[in-house]
Structures are given as structure tokens and as C-alpha cells.
Design a protein around this ligand. Sequence first.
Ligand code: FAD
Ligand code: SF4
Ligand code: SF4
Length: 934
Amino acid sequence: MSINYQTVMDELVVVLGKDAVSNDPVRRFAWSTDASYFRIVPEIVVHADNVEQVKQTLTIARNHQAPVTYRAAGTSLSGQAIGEGILLILGHDGFRKIEISDDANLVTLGTAVIGADANAALKPLNKKIGPDPATLSACKIGGIVANNASGMCCGTAQNSYQTIKSAKLVFADGTELDTGCEQSKAAFAASNGDMLKSLADLAQMTQNNPTLAARINKKFAIKNTTGYSINALVDYSEPFDLINHLIVGSEGTLAFVNEVTYHTVEEAKCKASALAVFFNMEDAAKAVPPLDIHEVAAVELLDWASIKAVTGKPGMPEWLSELPQGAAILLIECRANDSETLNNYTQTVVEKIAHIQTERPIEFSDDPAVFGEYWAMRSGLFPIIGGERAKGTSVIIEDVAFELPHLAQAAADLTELFHKHGYPEGVIYGHALAGNFHFIITPTFSSEADIQRFHDFMQDVAEMVINKYDGSMKAEHGTGRAVAPFVEMEWGADAYTLMKQIKHIFDPTNLLNPGVILNDDTEIHVKNIKPCPVVDDYVDRCIECGFCEKTCPTSALNFSPRQRIATLREIERLEQSGDKQAAEQMRADAKYDVIDTCAACQLCTIACPVDNSMGNLVRKLRTPYITTTEQKVLDFQAKHFGAVNQVISTGFDALDIIHKVTGDGVTKAIMDVGRKVSKEVPYWNPDFPKGGKLAKTAPVDPSKPSVVYFPACGGRTFGPTPKDPDNRTLPEVVVTLLERSGYNVITPDNTRSLCCGQMWESKGDFKNADAKRDELIDALAELSDNGKVPVVVDALSCTYRALTGNPKVELLDLVEFMHDELLPKMQITKKSSITLHQGCSARKMKLEPKLQGIAEACAEQIVEPEGVYCCGYAGEKGLYKPEINASALRNIKKLIPTETKEGYYANRMCEVGLTQHSGIPYRHLVYLLEECTR
Ligand SMILES: Cc1cc2nc3c(=O)[nH]c(=O)nc-3n(C[C@H](O)[C@H](O)[C@H](O)COP(=O)(O)OP(=O)(O)OC[C@H]3O[C@@H](n4cnc5c(N)ncnc54)[C@H](O)[C@@H]3O)c2cc1C
Ligand code: SF4
Ligand code: SF4
């Protein structure tokens, strides 16, 4: 039946509203990607924030037989988080419940809770969730459960399958079930009794078939996520238990996971790690079985290719270069709740493998600086290989598992296959205790021959893993489309039939994520392969992993960095294919989402494992859009910045008077008219600040130390807002505090003319931006007698930008100066409660601890609103694209307790946006310190 997606779209808009649904070609394309090597463009994208919306979508989908794919964080590697039809994405604000039982043994989590956030809530209780995929800081509970994701420590004992207590689910027919609620189960039994019976029968049948049951038990003795979790059919008989456990690892093909209740696991208080360096892989593999004891929390293996890949790289131990050819490393971690037990554990480890020769003694360290270096080696592997791969290549991370006795030979076989098929860059690493190898290759998919080569490689891998070792083709990352063709080969016909029956019982019309896990197309793993055209050095390393989506301030508004990059790649692909018209069309259609709305905050770079810089690229992409007239305006502003800055400040003062006299409505109307005349007129709101002004300084006293103070343009343009309790401008407060602390304060005579250049840089005018920055640095160098006098800047973003110009004098942000120089000497009277913003510049400069330090010194309680990483004001962009700021701060008001009446940061423009959206005044931390030390 052909599906009329326009009708589906129209119906969805009626029930969900137009903001929750899109069939815009650019936005559909942007959601066609996950972290896998596949690309599938959905017809419609839905953002759902509550279970009603999921049910409404399902009803419409059912009526039209339109397939539905659920998506959490989209970090999946096997192509299971993308799909044709309707892509239902967990919204940015819903499904965020975290509820911990009184004894902390249970935690109930909404499906969109990020794994690391769940663990952060449990940490004070020395608990965590069992599953521990490497992507815990990005991936969401829905994806963790649906992939049966696991990592380094959890093995097969603490994954979702083992630790799930109950779940709230929505089935394809729209029925809801809470497997932890007797009432819900009774209602479900009444409405869906046939389903329960079919499941119980299937379990009975499986348990009555000793050959099949034995096969299932054998295969799940090691990690396995190939196909469904059919171990449930041997482990359980009661239908609700069966549902609970079949849902785990079902990759969105059986039901929607709304909430999950997990049994929590212990988070040990102490840990120590050691590197055991062996002369060869055989010895390393021999050491693994003796380490399969409770004293050992994790054993990670690095093969010789992995060691070579990280050798000589920044942050890696120098001695790696001295290791003999063919060496292999086991990184061993022990954890305990006290140091004595930990000591006993580490000694046991050393004794257990003392009979195997190592290249150096095995020495455990509980010093985070030392074991941090060991772990940097393991976690650096993927970024190094991903980041250094040739342009235009993809990164494929596969994971397979073997019984422990096969590890050494399987590694050798796998390495041979890398070379046979032309992937010499292949490395093997992984969770040795679980027999779980990850391997990374970086293939090109630019021709049919490339695809055939990959096909042949995968065929050989399957032959080796399945036929030679009876291992798992997938141990952690889920089957998806990548391994769907090998499910029957791995499991055999009987088990495969069971899986088909399971799918039929849950989803008889094949509505949910069709083609994932079970797929009759034996070539599906080499279809819909994502092209990877070269775009720009700043982003070419992108592997579309999605780690950057959590902190990007525009993820909820429109695009995340991953989507910006995917779109740019498509434009480039269209260009290269010769379809200039389509490329031009997409470029124009995507300009707002890709270029105009990026705040260039660079938070994505901090999160990115391969150091992409969307912020830098987007500024570069803005350059061609500067018209000749705009360039003339920019040139004029740069040349006459002192006067321009003064006029703006005076204009803001005038606006403040108009506002006071005429009120909100008239002022807004005047500004709206102004905006129609010129887009240089900002969007106005009642929290608009009045103009800023510079401060008078006392005459220099030679007996006192001096400091050169540069008041950045934010604080000298934006004065107090109507909400501010203090009528003084930022420069006035800074000078008051510095002089009271015993300093002569020296400011440049031409302060109003000077600027770090950010306002030109953000528009892509690098010429003026850099010239202004150089002018500023020269002025500060001269004034400070080439650095003899400390130089302090009062806006984090300005300090950051000035520092990128490699200044000849040391520039300090005011936060650093207050924290390091002033704070230790001051008597402080604490306030009760304040809110602290840790924005993008603080994060880029790694100054969060210093902001925190000042805040803690001055207040009893510090509130840091969860999930606010960047305010999205982006310099003066907040004046012209207020929707970015509004979206980034959409939740801030409800995250601030009513008793908290004041907020702090260290960047005036950001503070203006924070004030507007939080409802409380945000000011520079210097106001706080000045007030608390009077
Ligand atoms: C660099 C890298 C390293 C990785 N390391 C690991 C690892 O160590 N271990 C590991 O297991 N995985 C790993 N992964 C894969 C992936 O990150 C995890 O499996 C993760 O748990 C997926 O969660 P997600 O929120 O991104 O889910 P998504 O990718 O969005 O979705 C995963 C599956 O869950 C389904 N789904 C999502 N939400 C729901 C819902 N509410 N109801 C029903 N179905 C739903 C989707 O349809 C899809 O099939 C890695 C990925 C990358 C890129
Ligand atoms: S620079 Fe900031 S706004 Fe732009 S894509 Fe990166 S995180 Fe998002
Ligand atoms: S920009 Fe970096 S973090 Fe974001 S998707 Fe690409 S590789 Fe992943």
C-alpha cells in the first residue's frame, strides 16, 4: 500500500502542532543520520515530549501503515536509529524523570534521561545504573535499554537485561503497560490476553526443546546483542517477565520504552589501575581467564596495532615507543569501598598472573593523575584513529565476542582479515573479560568496488566469528541493519524462527522500525551507505557520533552540530555529483539552520572526540554572505568604534528613558518600526539594559601595585537592566573592588575604541576582527610595560578571543584575577543562595572551578541550572536572533528555586539574556565579591 505522507503530515500537525512535526526537506535530511555508516531520510520527523504524543503518532501511523522509528540520542552504530517513514525523536524536554527509591536500590528513569545524568543523581548514594556504554555521557535510557548497551565493567551481569525491574511501555497497537504495576498488568491481560498467551507458549516451547535452550544458554554466556534477547524465553515463563526482558535489546522494533525502573548497582569509592604489558597477544590472552574474578572490575585489551596508533601522541606514555614488536597490553582496574580491600584486590591480581612473563612489572596506582594516563591511552584510541583518518573515509566500529580461550587466535585471524581486505589501519581493543573485541577500520565508500570490498570483508568476518568460533557478531552495539543479514547465520534456523515469532507477537503489522534486527535482504548491510564528501578541514573528521548534541545551545531550536555537518556534506555531495542546482537550492534552504543560527560557541568542539570546530567553520561560511554595503558598515564600525560604541551606549540610555516614560508596549512598537527600517535595530524586550559607562579611576599612587584593566565592550555598552539591584555599571564595580583591594587601576585612554574583534569575527569579517584584536593587544602591551603590570579583562569571551591572538603579554580574565589574587586576601560575608552560570567561554577556558570557587566563597548555596551550558546570546547575536537565546534558556526559570534571587556569570551580554529568561538579575561575579567584602 502506498502511503500518502502529506496526509500523514497534515494529521500529525493537527494533533501535535506544527512545531513538533516537520517534513521540510532540509530538516528531514538532517535527521537521516546516526553514528552508523548508513543514511536513510525519513519522510516526517516528530519530536515527542510525552507519552500521549507517542500514542497519537502511533494511531496516525497505524491508520496509514507508515513505519515508525524511535530515536533517543542517535549514537547507534548499526543503523537502527534512522528509518523511512516517521522518525519519532525523544524531545528535548520530556521524559526526564529521575526517581530514586528511599534505599537507593531502585531508580526509575524517563526514556530521555542521559545515562551520565542518571549516574550523577545516584553518585551521592554510591550507586549507579548497571549498563555502562562508552557513550554514557550522550546516550539516553531509551537507547541504552533498546540496544542492551553495555561497556567496560558491566559485562553480562549488570546490563539492562539483568538489572531491569520493570518498564512502562507503549505497544504498536497503542496499548500501554506498566510491568511494575499490578493494575496495569491486569488491564493489559484483559485487553491483550492473546499476546501474553503467545509469549508464554513460546517460552514453554523453547524450554521444552533442550537443544535450542542449550544453544541459547551457550550463546548468552558471552556478550551477545545479535537478534532479540531470546534468553528471556529460557530464563522466564511469566509473560510480564518475558515482556520486560524481550524489550531489552529490541532496538525499537517491539514497543516504545517510556520509563524504566532499574535495580541500581554499587559505585565503589576507591579504584586503582595497572598496565600489564605482555610480549605478545598469546600471553595477554592467557592472562585474561585468571582475571575473571570478583576482585577485578575491568580488563581492557589493546593489540599491537592499537599501541602503535597511540604511540607518540600527546598525553600518551613515552615508553610506548620502546615496546617490542607484537606487544599487547591489558589495562586492569580494581575497585573497592576502602583502600585496604583495594590493596588486597590488586595484590591478588598480580599473583594470579605472576606465571606469565610481562615486559615490565605490574604496578597498580590509585593516583588519578597516573591511572588517568593509562585510561587516556584506551580512550584516546578512537579519537586518534577517527581524527587522523584520510579525508573522505568513514569510521566503522564493530564489536564481536568470543569465548575466552579463543581470544588470541581470534585476534590474529581478525588482523589477517584487515590485511587481506585492504584495511591495514584496523585496530583491535576491547573488554577482554567479556571476550568482547571492538575493531575499528576506516573504509572509503566512494565506488561500487569499495562497497564490494567491505561486503567481502564482513562476509569473512562472519565466517570467522560464527563458523570458526561460534562467537557473537554483535556484543554491545545492537544488530541494526549492519548485522541483520547475519542473524540467522549466527543463530541457526530454529532460533531465527523464534525471533520472527516474537516480532509478530509484538508488532504483527511490522510498524516499528522495520528492517532492523530481522531483514530478509541479505545485502542490507551494504545498502544506504552514507557518503562522506570532503567539506572543510574544520569538520571533515566528523563521524556523526552525536556526542555534541547534548550541549549545543541550538539542538532544541533547530540543528545540532552533527546535523549542520551532515547538511554541509550533502550540499557538497550534490556539488560533486554535478547537480549544482540542487546544491544551490539546499544551500539556500539550509542557510538559517546551518549558518545563521549557530552561536559559534564551540561547545561542540569540547564534546567532540575528534576536535571538529563547527564554530570556526560557520564563521568562515558567513564571509561570502557579507554584502558590499554591509562590509562598508563593518569597516566604518571598525574605524570609528569609539564613537560607535559611545552612540550605542547613549542610544540604550535614551531607550531606557523612553521605556520608563512610555512603558513596554510603546517602546516595543517603536523598536519594531525601527527594525522594519534597519536590521541593525535590535529586538527589544522589557529587560533591556540601559547604556554602560566607563569608570573614573583614582590617581596612581607609586607605593601601590598596579593593574591594567580593560573594560570589554559588553560592560561599557550594556549597563544595568531594570531588574538589577545595583545601578552601577560593570567597569564602576571593577574599579571599586580593585582600588579597595589596594591596586592602582590603569585603563587605556582610548578604551571605547578598543575591542577584541568578536563582533566582526562572528559575522565572518576576519580582516577587521583580527585588526581590532591586534590593536587591542598592542595597546595593552604598551600600557602594561610589556607585561610588567598584570592585564585584566572583564569579559570571558573577550579574554578568550584576545588570547587566540597569541598576545605578547599575559592576559588574565577578571575571574582568574579575583580568584587567584583577591579572594585569598579578603574577609567575606556570605550570602545565602545564588545561581551560577557556567557558560561556553568559561568552559572553553576551563575556568569553571574558579567561577565555582568565587561563588562558593561568597554564598552558602550555589544553584547551577542543569542542562544550561551556553546561553546562546553569542555576543551581539542575541540582539538580532533572540530565538537562539530563548531556546537555549527555555528551561532556566523553572530550574531556579524561588528563594534564589540573584544570578552570576562573567560576560555582560550573556548576563543580559540570562536576566531576561530567568526572571532574576544576572551580573558579573565581581558584583558579588564587591558586595560580600564591603
Ligand atoms: C564512539 C561510540 C562508542 C560506543 N560505545 C558503545 C559501548 O561501549 N557499548 C554499547 O553498548 N554501545 C556503544 N555505542 C553505541 C551506542 O552509543 C549505544 O548503544 C547507546 O546506548 C545508544 O543510545 P542512544 O540514546 O544513542 O539510542 P539511539 O541510537 O537513539 O537508539 C538506539 C535504539 O533504541 C531505539 N530506541 C530509542 N529510544 C527508544 C524508546 N524510547 N523506545 C524504544 N526504542 C527506542 C532506537 O529505535 C534504536 O533502535 C557506541 C557508539 C559510539 C558512536
Ligand atoms: S558552535 Fe555552538 S551553536 Fe554552533 S554547532 Fe557548535 S555547539 Fe552548536
Ligand atoms: S562534530 Fe564531533 S561530536 Fe559532533 S557528531 Fe561530529 S564527530 Fe561527533
